[in-house]
Design a protein around this ligand. Sequence first.
Ligand code: NAD
Ligand code: THR
Length: 346
Amino acid sequence: MLLITGYLKEQDDSHQEFEQSHRPETDHPRVLITGGLGQLGVGLAKLLRKRFGKNNVILSDIRKPADNVFYSGPFIYSDILDYKNLREIVVNNRITWLIHYSALLSAVGEANVPLARAVNITGLHNILDIAAEHSLRLFVPSTIGAFGPTSPRNPTPDLCIQRPRTIYGVSKVHAELMGEYYHYRYGLDFRCLRYPGIISADSQPGGGTTDYAVQVFHDAIKTGKFQCNLKPDTRLPMMYIDDCLKATLEVMEAPAELLTMRTYNINAMSFTPEELVQEVQKHVPEFEVTYNVDPVRQAIADSWPMNFDDNNARKDWGWKHDYDLPELVTTMFNFLGSESRIAQAN
Ligand SMILES: NC(=O)c1ccc[n+]([C@@H]2O[C@H](COP(=O)([O-])OP(=O)(O)OC[C@H]3O[C@@H](n4cnc5c(N)ncnc54)[C@H](O)[C@@H]3O)[C@@H](O)[C@H]2O)c1
Ligand SMILES: C[C@@H](O)[C@H](N)C(=O)O
């Protein structure tokens, strides 16, 4: 058996022991999260473990997990480009839900197109085949980046022209279309949400265009100064991580008959760097910002939606966000402020 977890290792090194003492509850899904050590995976694992039980949710990645992650529940090495290994993990752990988070994001994708193509497209093909072969429920996130300069930008509906100009966006449109094709052709239970830029306090973004909206909080607390790599009036859809993870769980649990589509926009708020900074200054009045525009990220942002129309998600399966801009900013400062007080005390 392949599964080795820090949590289990602490108790017993025998895999036999795992099989006997940790039988999965049959009424809960057995979940595998790929690319689980990025900005979103650890938080999602925490949420799903609370709901389905610690041992029913396996995090996987090609990176080495931090101690707190390793000891918080099952973790396994998995490279999504290794089809045989992926299939072995699914079979040996009797996986029923696959959450496919592995990807190269927009900015790092432009910096390494061959790798982005391999991970985001070839990797997705492995995931689709394994999910179809083993009748898994498959979640693949898409993104505001799946739209391009010829899409309507304010607001962007679910169905419209999608001609993105990044390898990231192209690979995500490909994922949407392939997932839907497998659904209609082979009956694959494919579910997909187009996430906005996600903002989180306890995990770092992986090299996207919306990363500035996370970094700003860290710099406000650490130095009181921030250099923004997008222009002050660049408007993009954004969401606090708790809303993103809640939506993911909700769409995965939604009865199939409610889903009139298989790919939905979800949204919470939309702001520019200037508007975010004004809100941050309510908490840190002396906060100073300068602008040093990164032309690659700026060109990407200028081609993306400014506002996202998520009416179908709201109508079909009851999507509703909890965090608007003021709550987001207060929550980020509460979290990071308490962390920095703890660090100072130690
Ligand atoms: N964070 C956002 O703002 C956002 C917005 C829209 C969509 N999404 C999507 O959500 C998903 C998760 O995003 P994230 O922000 O956590 O990404 P991230 O970049 O932080 O993490 C991606 C993870 O994929 C892993 N990975 C890379 N190559 C791999 C391989 N060959 N095999 C297995 N794993 C591999 C990386 O090690 C990394 O831990 C992605 O598909 C992303 O496109 C994220
Ligand atoms: C928006 C999203 O897909 C990611 N945060 C990026 O900027 O690339």
